[in-house]
Design a protein around this ligand. Structure first.
Ligand code: B1M
Length: 212
């Protein structure tokens, strides 16, 4: 079996340690981190997602696969993030309140870091006031929010309102993303930037901050 296929299979079985070993092997074989993410880790995760949707696998299986995904991403991180790079800007990042999904957010974080940003990751289930406090403290160029549920994406607007109420909106770019989020939704809640995936999120952030 080809190594990327092996990574996908191991991830689906939730074998985190073996995923990490296979990721290292793929790097040794000359695969680029982006290829390993797209055709190994994400390929496996999308099989799990499809099975989850039709109740072929359940929450514990998804959690175990998610851990394997994060383990694989940790192994790749040093190869994506350039060492000793001077930050080109600051980003405050988090998954909004009520939402526990962090795989996409973690991927976005790695890509932001790879693009040269210093990232303040607030984690999951982040209420508006925590975003506001971190923006006050760090004065980032970008506030970035992730949501994976149709029931939590609406909390992005609450954060934007809270940021406005505190007088922090001017000069701050707000980026939103996550599976149910669209460009038109982003515009409707008053966000400045929307990106459909982690690589474009990093590219967009880099371009927008360079233009400031
Ligand atoms: Co959840 N879940 N989940 N889940 N889960 C989804 C999202 C769902 C689509 C599955 C389904 O029914 N088909 C569905 C949402 C339906 C909806 O609202 N439309 C769902 C549900 C219903 C739920 C629960 C309610 C299930 C339950 O308990 N009954 C529950 C909710 C918990 C909560 O959050 N309060 C729940 C729980 C979980 C687990 C905890 C088991 C686990 C999360 C573990 C973790 O994250 N640590 C989980 C998972 C893993 C999924 C699926 C299977 C995979 C999500 C994922 O990680 N994808 C997902 C089904 C699916 O997506 N096929 C599903 C891989 C990841 C790389 O993609 O996060 O989309 P994604 O990130 C992408 C882009 O969206 C983008 O970049 C990434 C790619 O490059 N992106 C950004 C993300 N954030 C961005 C921010 C940006 C820009 C781009 O700018 C700031």
């Amino acid at each position: 079996m080809e190594i990327l296929e092996q990574i996908s299979e191991l991830l689906q079985q939730g074998r985190a340690k073996e995923v990490q070993e296979a990721v290292k092997k793929a790097l040794d074989e000359g695969f680029q981190p982006q290829e390993i993410i797209a055709n190994g880790l994400l390929a496996g995760m999308s099989v799990i997602g499809a099975k989850f949707k039709v109740n072929e696998v359940y929450v514990p299986d998804v959690l175990i696969a998610s851990r394997a995904m994060n383990a694989g991403m940790e192994t790749l991180k040093p190869y994506i993030v350039e060492a000793d790079m001077k930050p080109i800007g600051k980003i405050v990042l988090g998954t909004v309140e009520g939402d526990l999904h962090d795989i996409g957010k973690n991927l976005v974080k790695i890509m932001f870091e790879g693009a040269g940003f210093q990232v303040f990751d607030l984690g999951i289930d982040v209420p508006a006031d925590r975003f506001v406090n971190k923006v006050k403290e760090e004065k980032p160029q970008i506030l970035a929010m992730s949501a994976l549920l149709t029931t939590t994406m609406t909390n992005m607007e609450k954060v934007i309102k809270a940021v406005e109420k505190e007088g922090l909106r001017e000069g701050l770019l707000i980026m939103v993303g996550g599976a149910p989020v669209t460009d038109s939704f982003a515009q409707s809640i008053g966000a400045d930037l929307y990106a459909p995936d982690a690589a474009s999120a990093a590219e967009l952030a880099r371009d927008k901050v360079a233009a400031l």
